[in-house]
Design a protein around this ligand. Structure first.
Ligand SMILES: Nc1ncnc2c1ncn2[C@@H]1O[C@H](COP(=O)(O)OP(=O)(O)OP(=O)(O)O)[C@@H](O)[C@H]1O
Length: 603
């Protein structure tokens, strides 16, 4: 018994029962109590139907030939048992519906919670493998699993109630039957619990490997990777890597299941022994007059019920264990601090008339890195100017932009807006004054208009402004050629979608940025896919297009950097040089060395 209570305690810890119940309560309110009421009713009616059956058999076995009284009693019991049976099936159908409704509601609720949490998580979350494991498990659990857990949980409660009903019936026959049956049936239950937990621990340990195999699978099956995989003939190589992992996982899982099956074979044989021991026990009691033939009938009806009830309970518990890892990941995810920098104290109105954005002795180390990526950066971005950040690969340019968008805070030093530290502003307000086209910009499978509108969703869509933005970015000519112009769905993901070139997608991303209200427009390699004529058209008139706004350009092309008022040259996380393009070329320092040879050829 100590073992059982220990198992139950472990189970309770493992599957956070209280959290699941509170989740069900939140998702379905008082309907939960109605469900429990139906479950209770179902058990009471079940007990009543068994009891009426026993009574019927007893009347039949004791009845005198052609006795009118017995005749009436039999009719009464048959009618009563029939009516109770009908009521039982009606209640059972409705309680099954209620359980299903409960789990569907809970599943929807959980999905909503996961998504709103994912939206609130800071960028750092997506850059940690262990957090990603939690998110993967939570997403895997998404639609189905919380529903399955809740169904299993309610099923366990329902079966426990039925077990009480069957137990009461067995007590009516003879109380000794209860411990006798428990002795033979419990080992099966314990074996299942033990192996469910073992399998659960194994699953937790294997999540990184599962994730790796899912990664191989996605490489093999997604459209984005399909081109390169065919070009390099990587298909079979990746498939083999995937198969190696799947084989390891399958072998380990099957080995655990085989051990469980062997032990279960022994324990179920034992429970069968138990049945016959009980039948023998009642038969002997019947001969000695302490039990009736009705009792034997009742046992023969009730016992298979009790056995299947116990099987359901252990099955339900193993479902709980199997899913607990996923469901706990949901709770783990929901309980993670969103990491969103604390809302600032400064009024957002101060953001309307910013004169300068400044990096003051800024150093930054990524959360899972040991070495700093940015070291003691001091730079100034005056409002209305075009400022460029240049430097070789890995110098820290994009990292600097992440700090500018407040996706991260500096590890040392401050990013200042005039005299106010970034950290004193609400991050959302702050991001509102930044518009960015990242190197890995998003390609939204929405209409061309929506792709642009996403730059400023806080005001109703303005078609004229969207067209202006598309003209500024150079997207307008190709949008006009699309079958439904601005209403054409982009990409091939959805029906009637039109795929466009990567350069055209980049022009859409640029249009999104121009459409925004942001005062600071960040163009991080934002013209890398544009042809030279399109890039020149964008930069030659960038100042007019900005309309007094500020631009921060990152580019590896000298032709783009030449348009900047001032350039900061980053090398190995520090500012190695700064000045105008002409001054930097004159200096003949690292900037000139990086661009001069190239620019001679390119420009
Ligand atoms: N998410 C990250 N987590 C940890 N370290 C990172 C992360 N992103 C970048 N780094 C580190 O920061 C360094 C600078 O990266 P960053 O993307 O800022 O360079 P970059 O100057 O923009 O390079 P490129 O010209 O190739 O775009 C990288 O070499 C890498 O070591």
């Amino acid at each position: 018994m100590i073992q059982i209570s220990e198992k139950v305690r472990q189970l309770r810890n493992n599957i956070s029962l209280s959290k699941i119940i509170s989740l069900v309560k939140k998702s379905s309110g008082n309907r939960l109590y109605v469900t429990f009421l139906f479950i209770l009713l179902e058990s009471v009616v079940f007990f009543a139907s068994l009891y009426l059956l026993k009574k019927l058999v007893d009347v039949v076995s004791h009845a005198q030939k052609s006795s009118a009284a017995a005749y009436h009693q039999i009719i009464t019991y048959v009618v009563a048992a029939g009516a109770v049976g009908i009521i039982y099936f009606i209640i059972r159908s409705f309680s099954a519906y209620l359980v299903e409704a409960q789990s569907t509601r809970a599943a929807e609720y959980v999905n909503e919670q996961i998504h709103s949490k994912a939206v609130r998580m800071e960028l750092a979350f997506y850059e940690s493998p262990s957090y990603y494991d939690v998110l993967k498990r939570a997403m895997d659990s998404g639609g189905e699993r919380p529903g399955q857990v809740i169904t299993a949980l309610i099923d366990i409660i329902k079966n426990a109630a039925s077990l009480v009903a069957v137990g009461s019936v067995l007590i009516i026959i003879n109380w000794m039957l209860l411990p006798l049956l428990a002795l033979f049936i419990l080992p099966t239950l314990l074996v299942r619990l033990y192996y469910s937990k073992k399998l659960n621990n194994w699953r937790i340990a294997q999540t990184p490997l599962e994730r790796k195999s899912a990664y191989y699978s996605s490489l093999i099956t997604t459209d984005t990777a399909a081109k390169e995989i065919r070009a390099y003939n990587l298909g079979n190589y990746l498939k083999d890597q995937f198969s190696v992992i799947r084989r390891i996982l399958m072998k380990e899982k099957l080995s655990i299941n085989l051990k469980r099956t062997k032990l279960e074979a022994v324990t179920t044989a034992m429970s069968n022994l138990g049945v016959f021991a009980c039948i023998g026990f009642i038969a002997l009691k019947t001969i000695s007059g302490e039990a009736s033939p009705g009792d034997i009938t009742l046992f023969l009806v009730a016992f298979p019920q009790s056995f299947s009830i116990l099987q359901n309970i252990s099955g339900g518990i193993s479902i709980l264990f199997q899913n607990s890892i996923y469901v706990n990941s949901v709770f783990e995810l929901l309980e993670l601090p969103a990491g969103e920098a604390a809302a600032g104290v400064t009024s957002p109105s101060a953001l309307q008339s910013v004169k300068e954005l400044r990096f003051q002795n800024v150093s930054f180390t990524y959360p899972y890195n040991t070495r700093p990526t940015l070291k003691n950066i001091n730079l100034s971005i005056p409002a209305g100017k075009i400022i460029a950040i240049a430097g070789p690969n890995g110098a820290g340019k994009s990292t600097l932009i992440k700090l500018l968008c407040r996706l991260y805070d500096p590890t040392e030093g401050s990013v200042m807006l005039d005299e106010t530290d970034f950290r004193n502003y609400d991050p959302k307000e702050l991001r509102g004054i930044m518009g960015a086209v990242f190197q890995d910009f998003n390609k939204y499978s929405f209409t061309a208009a929506e792709n642009i509108y996403l730059g400023n969703i806080h005001i109703p869509f303005d078609a004229l402004r969207a067209k202006e933005a598309a003209e500024k970015s150079g997207a307008a000519p190709f949008i006009d050629q699309l079958p439904r112009q601005y209403d054409t769905v982009m990409g091939r993901l959805f029906e009637d979608g039109q795929e466009v070139s990567i350069g055209q997608w980049q022009k859409l991303a640029l249009a999104r940025c121009f459409y925004s209200d942001a005062q600071f427009l960040i163009l991080d390699e934002a013209t890398s896919a544009l042809d030279t004529a399109s890039e020149a058209a964008l930069f030659n008139t960038l100042r007019e297009k900005l309309n007094n706004r500020t631009a921060i350009i990152i580019s590896h092309r000298h032709s783009a950097l030449q348009h900047a008022d001032y350039i900061y040259f980053l090398s190995n996380g520090s500012i190695a040089e700064e000045g105008t393009d002409a001054a930097l070329i004159r200096n003949n320092g690292p900037y000139a060395k990086l661009f001069l040879n190239k620019s001679k050829k390119v420009t």
